[in-house]
Design a binder for this molecule. Structure first.
Ligand SMILES: [Zn+2]
Length: 236
């Protein structure tokens, strides 16, 4: 059987048959993938400890029929600090779920990989809840941008006037000027500071963080993020 190696971040896994697990990961070269890890639910499994969520790892895979088979794993960064705190775990779960929802299987984008890695490294250092909220909202905002849903923040989405402030339209995916804001009655007014935070993906305020989360919901509304409610509860 042909084998290959790839660097990956484990996103999640679920039990399969009596002893196996199906692992979902984001590979630097191949993007989102599932693979079958045989025997990892047995106590004697050497592989199991290397396949927990959020571990960055080098995987050895063998081509299989339905799923490729995990033949080995070498941990590059354990990120155990993330898994040892409820808030950090909730934060990382929102982001891994977001990647699973918005990316297509076997479609690689190194920016997505880099974003997830940066998030995990950031969470390890960030002990304050407001800082974790900042990291998660910024992550969602940037992931939307990378995935082709970058909001128009320079010009009015209706009349194209250049703007320094305006009303953010979730439906329209960008800002409206004062004359055009009637086009979307649900748009919300944002000042220069908030607009600038959105432009630079530096979502320091609760207002810009809330826009990022609402924008995510308006785009991916057919599949809400299950872990977001839990995250909101533990980071109050
Ligand atoms: Zn306008």
């Amino acid at each position: 059987m042909a084998t290959y190696k790839t660097k990956a971040i484990i996103l999640s896994s679920y039990p399969y048959r009596e002893h196996d697990r199906i692992i979902t990961f984001y590979s630097e070269e191949f993007g989102k993938m599932d693979a079958r890890a045989r025997g990892t639910r047995k106590i004697t499994s050497k592989l199991a400890g290397h396949l927990e969520s959020f571990i960055e790892t080098e995987l050895l895979l063998a081509n299989g029929r339905r799923w490729d088979i995990l033949a080995g794993s070498r941990t590059l960064n354990n990120h155990y600090i993330v898994r040892s705190s409820v808030e950090k775990l909730a934060s990382a779960s929102v982001c891994s779920e977001a990647i699973k929802h918005i990316t297509k299987p076997l479609s690689s984008d190194k920016r997505v990989y880099g974003l997830m890695r940066a998030l995990l490294v950031g969470l390890e250092k960030m002990h304050e809840k407001h800082g974790q909220k900042y990291l998660v909202a910024t992550f969602l905002w940037q992931l939307l941008g990378i995935s082709g849903f970058r909001a128009e923040l320079k010009n009015c989405i209706n009349c194209r006037t250049e703007l320094k402030e305006g009303s953010f339209s979730f439906e329209g995916g960008g800002i409206l000027c004062d004359n055009c804001k009637y086009k979307d009655m649900l748009s919300i007014e944002i000042d220069k500071i908030i607009l600038n935070q959105l432009k630079t993906s530096n979502l320091k305020s609760e207002e810009s963080q809330s826009i990022a989360k609402r924008f995510w919901q308006s785009i991916v509304d057919h599949r809400p993020l299950d872990s977001l409610d839990f995250f909101e509860t533990v980071t109050i």
